[in-house]
Design a binder for this molecule. Structure first.
Ligand SMILES: C[S@@+](CC[C@H](N)C(=O)[O-])C[C@H]1O[C@@H](n2cnc3c(N)ncnc32)[C@H](O)[C@@H]1O
Length: 378
């Protein structure tokens, strides 16, 4: 057998094994989503990427900006599968995807919407859309319109849509997505809550709100363009923290707090899954990464006075204002787990007074109203 044939056979096997794994792990539960994953080879959308990587359950960065930060990728197959499950595309659906990237996800959507459905996929960058178009053509995918523009505005010329999906992280739901939704429609989007914590939500219109029918954890690169929001990572003295706004002020505060060095003390080890509750309870909560770490630690950062505190297992590290350490110690002592699947979310218009909810996150176009079921309150 020629080397090319062996490579093709290995690629088919690796493709099959990836889909088996997605089914086995429970990421794929809908047989139609399974069929789409089996039918569309991811490698076609990742030129130059060997089959071992293309069929690994990993996000693959395909483009970076001048500073080396990722700006486009093929998302992790598990996340794609979970979001396709949330989206529930049926034959005949008109679908809008924000974030065309490689075009792979659009091909999966087209497979689910079948011949009488159609998919509009939008990306900001003409080079990205041209490449996605080429890959879709090479894969023989029909029924996808690739558009160049800011997906925050949806695509009015192709509206209405039965399903809208963002494959890029947002801190609010674009009013255009809801406006372009057909009756009975659904939006799925990765929403940044606070301190970089993201959830993927399926939202359906109810009265004047969008109500989440499913909430799962996820991790996506941020939307680019004028609606990107202010979240950023700031670095100082060996630490990186993820903040929601006030980038310059946060960088100054982190630097000032750390200037005197870190103190260490034991702390009662908080339960697993308490980070989300800390982020929602404490407006000063951030996710902190010590140098070289890929997993974040729950932390507090204040600018006036400058203080930083972080819980790492059963150790509390702190710098600057001692009251920040005291606040984090108290939060850790009363910590109760909060997992994303317990969250109830409504996306509501601004109103005075704001509608009642356990946590209210104010965004430019909406307020995010978050609750957890009564029985879970401790
Ligand atoms: C994680 S990638 C999408 C992956 C893609 N669905 C796939 O299957 O390969 C996110 C994409 O969103 C795009 N993007 C970022 N901001 C955007 C915006 N405002 N409008 C449209 N696309 C945007 C990026 O250029 C990037 O290609």
């Amino acid at each position: 057998m020629r080397a090319r044939d062996v490579r093709a056979r290995d690629a088919r096997r690796l493709h099959r094994e990836l889909v088996d794994q997605l089914v086995g792990s429970g990421a794929i539960t809908d047989p139609r989503v399974e069929e789409a994953f089996r039918a569309v080879p991811r490698q076609v959308f990742l030129p130059g990427v060997p089959a071992e990587r293309a069929y690994a359950d990993e996000a693959i960065v395909t483009r970076r900006d001048a500073q080396g930060r990722p700006i486009s990728s093929s998302s992790q197959p598990t996340i794609m599968a979970l979001m396709l499950g949330q989206l529930g595309v049926r034959p005949g659906h008109r679908v809008l995807e924000v974030g065309a990237g490689t075009g792979y996800h659009a091909a999966l959507l087209a497979r689910l919407a079948l011949h009488d459905g159609r998919v509009t996929t939008v990306d900001l960058d003409r080079e990205i859309t041209a490449e996605a178009q080429r890959r879709l053509r090479d894969a023989g995918v029909r029924g996808v319109r690739v558009r160049t523009g800011d997906g925050w505005d949806g695509w009015p010329a192709d509206a209405p849509f039965d399903r809208v999906i963002a494959t890029v992280g947002v801190d609010d739901v674009a009013p255009a997505w809801a406006a372009q939704l057909a009756p009975g429609g659904r939006i799925v989007a990765p929403l940044w809550l606070r301190g970089g914590f993201q959830i993927t939500v399926a939202l359906e219109p109810r009265d004047d709100c969008l109500v989440a029918t499913s909430v799962l954890g996820c991790g996506f690169m941020r939307l680019r363009g004028p609606h990107a929001g202010l979240a950023a990572y700031v670095d100082a003295r060996g630490w990186t923290v993820s903040v929601d706004d006030g980038e310059a002020e946060a960088a100054r505060a982190l630097d000032a707090a750390l200037a005197g060095g870190l103190r260490e003390e034991p702390v009662a080890r908080p339960p697993q899954h308490w980070e989300l509750r800390l982020l929602l309870d404490e407006p000063d909560a951030v996710a902190a990464f010590p140098r070289g770490a890929t997993c974040s630690l729950p932390a507090l950062l204040t600018s006036d006075p400058a203080g930083f505190a972080v819980v790492d297992g059963a150790t509390l590290r702190s710098a600057g204002a001692p009251e920040v350490a005291a606040r984090l110690r108290a939060a850790a002592a009363r910590a109760a787990p909060l997992t994303v699947d317990r969250l109830r979310l409504r996306v509501a218009p601004h109103a005075d007074p704001a509608p009642a909810a356990r946590w209210v996150l104010v965004r430019r176009d909406h307020v995010l109203l978050l609750d957890e079921p009564e029985a879970e309150h401790q």
